[in-house]
Design a protein around this ligand. Structure first.
Ligand code: MTE
Length: 322
């Protein structure tokens, strides 16, 4: 997402964690967790007493929807972020988000449904067991990553909420808290982006099995900068649809407000499907740079998920409804 045209910023090599170190660290965390816990947490979740409040998801089932592509380095995933509530600089979000408190946290499900409910985040994870989903995430800025998310299908929560026949869309809202989110205090950003950050999906998109709510990545609880404690992941859409730190989900009759689309409809569509044939007005969407790689690679239609999702857009002119 760009407010101003700028060159792609390189990631300093000092931020790169060799795979071996990552694996050893994971091993250490696993062992420490096993040793320190007298009893395991009743879900597939446990906390390491030595590394509070770090939380580890144990023995995650692997999803059949995962890609087998090489994972993006963990350190890069947690240190190169877009999260305007904390600021504009991608490499500074991790630091700026450290005082953010993702627990206790509630997620309100409301609107056109028979079973509205305010869920406590841990109750939600208990109710809808999580699995590992390795997805490509392709940002509108033409960079991409491959990330092992931890999450559950959004359709499970939707079904439990029993939407009425009026529910045609689903709206999402991020926390609005100037005390915790310094970007919401910053005047210039306040003029550009009206808070809270909001997003929306059509009901069939929300029900699609590829659409997940994520509560973790790389087997750990979701880092603050990546949208703790719960965020949306829609792998065939540009990254800005994957709204972070969600506090509200609402079933609606009409197309909901979507922040980037409403603030700049010429550049950002409501659908925001990854489409190499429809360029952003200021840059091409034909190629992307996988974070950690030097050469660009071609961007795939629907981010490579065309087989699963293209039928939902069969009768739509994707150059107009981008
Ligand atoms: N959600 C909120 N609330 N605020 C944001 O600024 N940025 C979006 C999306 N979700 C954003 C957000 C954009 S532009 C991208 S590319 C992804 O988050 C980045 O997710 P990541 O930092 O985990 O890679």
């Amino acid at each position: 997402m760009r407010l101003f045209k700028s060159k792609f910023p390189a990631i300093p090599t000092s931020e790169i964690t060799p795979e071996l170190i990552y694996k050893n660290r994971r091993q250490f965390i696993k062992q420490a967790t096993a040793l320190s816990l007298a009893a395991t947490y009743p879900l597939n979740v446990s906390w390491s007493s030595q590394q509070q409040p770090e939380k580890i998801f144990n023995q995650l089932p692997k999803s059949k929807f995962s890609t087998e592509e090489e994972l993006t380095d963990y350190k890069k995933v947690i240190s190169y972020n877009n999260f305007y509530e904390f600021g504009l600089g991608k490499t500074t979000i991790a630091e700026l988000a450290q005082n953010f408190k993702p627990r206790p946290w509630t997620l309100s499900v409301e609107g056109e449904c028979d079973k509205p409910k305010i869920w406590d985040i841990d109750e939600l994870i208990k109710q809808f067991p999580v699995e590992e989903r390795i997805y490509r995430l392709r940002c509108v800025e033409a960079w991409s990553m491959v990330i092992p998310w931890v999450g559950f299908e959004l359709n499970k929560l939707i079904k439990a909420s029993q939407p009425t026949s009026n529910a045609k869309y689903i709206a999402f809202e991020t926390l609005h808290d100037k005390e915790q989110m310094p970007g919401q205090r910053f005047k210039l950003l306040g003029y550009v982006l009206p808070w809270p950050y909001r997003e929306g999906l059509r009901m069939d998109e929300a029900l699609h099995p590829l659409t997940i709510l994520s509560v973790g990545l790389y087997g750990e609880v979701l880092p603050k900068q990546n949208g703790a404690p719960i965020r949306l992941i829609v792998p065939w859409k540009y990254g800005f649809k994957s709204i972070k730190s969600i506090i509200k989900i609402k079933f609606t009759k009409r197309e909901p407000y979507a922040t980037w689309h409403r603030t700049n409809p010429e550049e950002y569509g409501f659908y925001a499907n990854v489409n190499p044939e429809v360029d952003h007005p200021r840059w091409s969407q034909a190629k992307e740079r996988r974070i950690g790689e030097f050469f660009k690679r071609p961007t795939l239609m629907f981010n490579g998920y065309a087989e699963q999702v293209a039928s939902m857009y069969k009768y739509m002119d994707l150059t107009r409804r981008f």
